[in-house]
Design a binder for this molecule. Structure first.
Ligand SMILES: *[C@@H]1O[C@H](CO)[C@@H](O)[C@H](O)[C@H]1NC(C)=O
Length: 372
């Protein structure tokens, strides 16, 4: 009698424990399932092929197969926003450094174009298609070329890198009228490769606390309806910035829900980035807004093999500057360059020449101001 009561006690205890364990397990599984479903939803929410910000009939008019053809992992993909009529400028980029040489460095380069606007009389679609047959490095979207459409082009570049070139760890976004030291950028990315290619990463020239231009006569006038705040979130100069696949993917996803804003750098690296809470890394000391400094760097590299103090800037309307600069700085990566002494700094030695600031899409105007 006593033994069977004891047995019953033990049995009920065991059953209770079993039930508790079962309940806990079910609950945990439920939580896990829910988590998996949420995560899947987020993954699947994913990038819609035919959507580009608020456009719902987006297509590539011309696509590039360069990345698909590449059979190895890539360190980075260079996405260069280029006005469709800037064929000479694209040619300068290719002369500065060839696709083959970039591939050897673990990089590939594509140019981002839009449709030829009606007023453009210097280039036609057939010429663009010939250019593509020859180089295969063009990506053209089916929206019209316009400075108020630069946001589409910029997001198209991120989208292309994420969906057509996921084997590239990093993205290098560049304006076609920028001058930049690709060797320096490559070695910088290599130092990050193991550490930062999976985490959030976004770096460049930070513009902080910039306010919308509210003067209605300005080309850069922003109405309260377009942007209501009195300052933009911190954003990066579009001359050149660096990011990785993870951030680019989340920016593109975020753009599918965001309200369109036409100043592309502010929209992508400011507004969208802010809403996915990605911090910015400051590389401001890489940049100079004086294209004359790059002229001087070319001269001093030729004459004395002096290293340049800056790695990114505008070409100041001189399409050939990039070619000379890239050709000259390369030797510094074979330890053939000399550091500048403080009294030989560019600010002390570079006599500015007067130059016309030519700018088709007007970006230089807005950017030349904050960068010194
Ligand atoms: C931007 O592109 C769209 C789609 O092609 C076009 O309808 C619109 O007119 C363009 N915007 C400007 C300002 O040209």
């Amino acid at each position: 009698m006593l033994r069977s009561r004891k047995f019953l006690k033990i049995l009920s205890c065991a059953i209770t424990v079993a039930i508790i364990v079962l309940i806990l397990q079910m609950k945990e599984e439920h939580v896990r399932d829910k988590f998996l479903i949420l995560q899947e939803e987020y993954e699947q929410e994913d990038i819609k092929q035919e959507q580009l910000v608020d456009l719902h009939n987006f297509q590539y008019r011309i696509n590039s197969k360069l990345c698909k053809k590449f059979d190895r992992e890539l360190l980075g993909v260079m996405i260069v926003t280029s006005y469709v009529g800037h064929d000479e400028l694209r040619s300068a980029h290719r002369q500065a450094i060839s696709q083959t040489k970039l591939n050897e460095m673990g990089l590939i380069r594509v140019f981002l174009l839009a449709e030829i606007p009606p007023r453009e009389t210097f280039i036609n679609q057939k010429q663009i298609e010939d250019e593509q047959r020859k180089f295969g490095d063009l990506v053209q979207g089916n929206f019209l070329e316009a400075y108020r459409n630069l946001t589409y082009k910029h997001v198209m570049g991120l989208k292309w890198a994420v969906t057509e070139c996921p084997k590239a760890k990093f993205l290098i976004k560049i304006d076609d009228d920028s001058v930049f030291d690709i060797f320096f950028i490559k070695s910088y990315l290599e130092t990050l490769e193991l550490r930062d290619s999976v985490k959030n990463f976004m770096a460049g020239y930070i513009l902080d606390n910039k306010k919308p231009i509210r003067v209605s006569a300005s080309k850069w006038f922003v109405s309260l309806d377009e942007y209501g705040g009195d300052a933009y979130p911190d954003y990066l100069s579009g001359w050149l910035y660096l990011t990785n696949q993870r951030v680019a993917r989340n920016l593109v996803k975020e753009s599918q829900h965001a309200r369109f804003f036409w100043i592309d750098d502010t929209f992508v690296t400011g507004i969208l980035r802010d809403s996915i809470a990605v911090p910015l890394i400051r590389l401001n000391n890489w940049f100079s807004a004086n294209s004359e400094f790059f002229d001087c760097c070319v001269r001093d590299l030729k004459d004395h093999s002096y290293e340049c103090e800056f790695y990114v800037g505008p070409n100041g309307g001189d399409n050939k500057l990039l070619i000379e600069f890239v050709h000259e700085v390369e030797k510094c990566y074979f330890d053939e360059c000399v550091k500048r002494s403080p009294e030989m700094g560019l600010r002390q030695t570079c006599v500015a020449k007067v130059k016309n600031l030519v700018s088709d899409h007007g970006k230089a105007l807005v950017r030349a101001v904050p960068i010194r």
